[in-house]
Design a protein around this ligand. Structure first.
Ligand code: F6R
Length: 609
């Protein structure tokens, strides 16, 4: 939800800002803009559309030149995507960029209008700029005091990058809910919504906590709290390198990230396996602790929720504990029956998803213990949970999640194995066997990635469809949810996932030759049943794509296309079967010519509810 960058140093600020924005564009791409001090005067360039549109505009009209400035890439909340609603926004001495939402902006706007202030946009952001300028005047030109005063008035979530016309060699920043880091280089400082924007220049950074204000100059960054007291921050070092945030020869980030999955699994599980058994102690999870929980809830959004669905099947099957899976936006408002003795697992790639964060906070309030499974280091969900398992997928840039999902389910397996062993539903030998099989999945996935041609052929068959169904049973059903979401979000072809046995209770009436069906059938005990469901749709004219084991040979003509998977343990088949589903979605989108890495209307990190 919007990306922010800021720079002060010796480099050409516009270049640093545009480069940073190009790496943050996945967070929003309705419009982009920068503000740079040129000869001590703030020059703003902004445009509706992609960063490329802004660059084209600047080529015609000129690029501001100077050594300090701020930049923004927008996912519209208040006000349609347009030039005038694009950030940065100004008010008198103040120009700023904003990530988040100001909930009480109407009231504040009325107050400012009553003071004779004029507005040029429909955004909540301009209200912050005007209010800040108002207090800046009231505080006789002390920027930090004016920021403190303004922040006390704002309700909602926000991170801000600010410049004051009176301070041409400074960039100011602050955050409440929305993430923001301060990068520290040699004689230069940066702000960014995430590390990928500035990795090229520095790996050293401060993580701003909610309520902290940073003042950046070439000499370094000073951080203050809301009482205007200076705070000593711990300088952290990112363990990602620049290549992790670049395409590395792939046409799209999504394809690169699909190929990174074997490595991501290894990085995530290897440090959590000791003597062949799962060991989650460094994450605050011990066998004794696991035995304290009566009920398990998994709460997440979108793809992360689908990873939770796989988790549910695996935990229930192995550990024999019932698991509720909830969509975070539903959970938080439906008075969930959660309390002491329960464990709430929140899964999130970004660690900043507003609904998931709210669900985590609510669970804590209700007395449950919380476990976060998060990819982004230092994110809000990671910091606030009682226990934390980081997934080590590295930066995921494509909006459609692939490798993050893969490592989320890898963690679900490790967790389920440890839990099942702790409550004696499996013995140590079985736990070792399953753990070894989990360790074997990266090689199997690499094998699949080497033989992906069939997914291209299947994609070429799907591009003419207006609508598709994904079906499966058990774990295959959990997986088909993810396959369906992946396809629709990037190819814009409508699709739904259905439990295969549920079709005949209504949905089968939709089946015609124009509605292809993708059937996932990897579970040995359910194979014949799913094949019967396939026959039912086939008899009604559907073209069928079967994703199943290579060794399963259904009768002739059951499926029009088949993607064959290597034989592996039933329980672990989702980790293999998701790969062709991701590739089918990817190639369908490529053939349809959509913007694969940045599908329309979406943003990577959903920090508003
Ligand atoms: C889809 C996708 C989204 C996210 C969802 C939650 O490909 O990526 O559905 O899974 O927005 O995001 P996180 O995991 O950051 O909480």
């Amino acid at each position: 939800m919007c990306g922010i960058v800021g720079y002060v140093g010796q480099r050409e600020a516009a270049d640093v800002l545009l480069d940073g924005l190009s790496r943050l564009e996945y967070r929003g791409y309705d419009s982009a803009g920068i503000a740079v001090f040129e000869n001590e005067i703030i020059k703003v360039a902004k445009s509706k559309g992609r960063l490329a549109d802004l660059q084209a505009k600047m080529q015609k009209e000129g690029k501001p030149s100077g050594h300090a400035g701020i930049g923004h890439t927008r996912w519209a909340t208040h006000g349609e995507p347009s030039d005038r609603n694009s950030h940065p926004h100004g008010g008198g001495n103040v120009t700023l960029v904003h990530n988040g939402i100001i909930e009480n902006y109407k009231k504040l706007k009325e107050f400012l209008l009553s003071k004779g202030r004029k507005f040029e946009s429909d955004t909540d952001t301009e209200v912050i700029a005007q209010l800040l300028d108002y207090y800046y005047e009231e505080h006789h030109g002390n920027p930090v005091e004016a920021i403190v005063k303004t922040l006390k008035e704002l309700e909602g979530s926000y991170a801000l990058g600010i410049v004051f016309a009176d301070f041409p060699d400074r960039v100011f920043a602050m955050r409440k809910e929305s993430p923001l880091i301060v990068g520290i280089g040699e004689n230069e400082c940066f702000i960014a919504s995430d590390m990928t924007a500035i990795l090229k220049y520095t790996k050293n950074y401060y993580l701003l906590e909610p309520g902290e204000i940073a003042v950046l100059s070439r000499q370094g960054a000073k951080v203050y709290n809301l009482h205007y007291q200076k705070i000593e921050k711990e300088l952290k070092t990112a363990d990602w390198d620049v290549s992790a945030a670049e395409k590395g020869g792939y046409e799209h980030y999504m394809l690169k990230e699909i190929h990174e999955q074997p490595e991501s699994i290894k990085k995530t599980i290897t440090p959590r396996i000791e003597n062949g058994l799962p060991n989650l102690e460094e994450c605050g999870i011990t066998p004794e602790k696991l035995l304290e929980f009566n009920k398990i809830h998994i709460v997440a959004c979108g793809t992360a929720m689908h990873a939770g669905m796989v988790g549910k099947y695996v935990i229930e099957k192995l550990a024999k504990i019932s698991v509720n899976v909830d969509i975070a936006s539903e959970f938080r408002y439906r008075e969930p029956l959660v309390g002491e003795g329960d464990l709430v697992i929140v899964i999130s790639q970004s660690g900043e998803t507003a609904d998931s964060l709210a669900a985590l906070r609510l669970s804590k309030e209700l007395g449950a213990k919380t476990l976060a499974i998060v990819n982004a280091k230092g994110s809000s969900i990671a910091r606030e949970a009682d226990m934390l398992i980081y997934t080590h997928a590295g930066p995921e840039i494509a909006v459609a999640s692939t490798k993050a999902y893969m490592v989320q389910i890898a963690v679900m397996y490790l967790f389920a194995f440890e839990l099942a062993l702790a409550n004696k539903k499996i013995d140590e030998t079985e736990c070792r066997r399953l753990t070894a099989l989990l360790q074997g999945t990266p090689d199997k996935i690499s094998e699949i990635l080497e033989h992906k041609e069939m997914t291209q052929l299947i994609a070429s068959e799907l591009i003419t469809a207006d609508s598709l169904l994904y079906i499966g049973r058990g774990l295959d059903y959990a997986l088909s949810m993810e396959g369906s979401l992946k396809l629709k979000e990037i190819s814009y072809i409508h699709s739904e996932s259905y439990a295969a046995g549920e079709l005949k209770h209504g949905t089968i009436s939709l089946i015609t030759e124009n509605m292809p069906v993708i059937a996932v059938a990897t579970q040995q005990n359910l194979f014949d049943k799913t094949i019967s469901n396939i026959k039912e749709v086939k008899a009604r004219g559907a073209r069928v794509v079967l994703v199943s084991r290579e060794s399963y040979q259904p009768e002739k003509d059951v499926a029009d296309f088949k993607f064959g998977l290597p034989d592996y343990e039933d329980l672990l088949m989702p980790m293999l079967a998701v790969v062709p589903l991701q590739l089918i979605a990817y190639y369908t989108a490529v053939l349809k010519g959509t913007d694969v890495d940045k599908p329309r209307n979406l943003a990577k990190s959903v920090t508003v509810e």
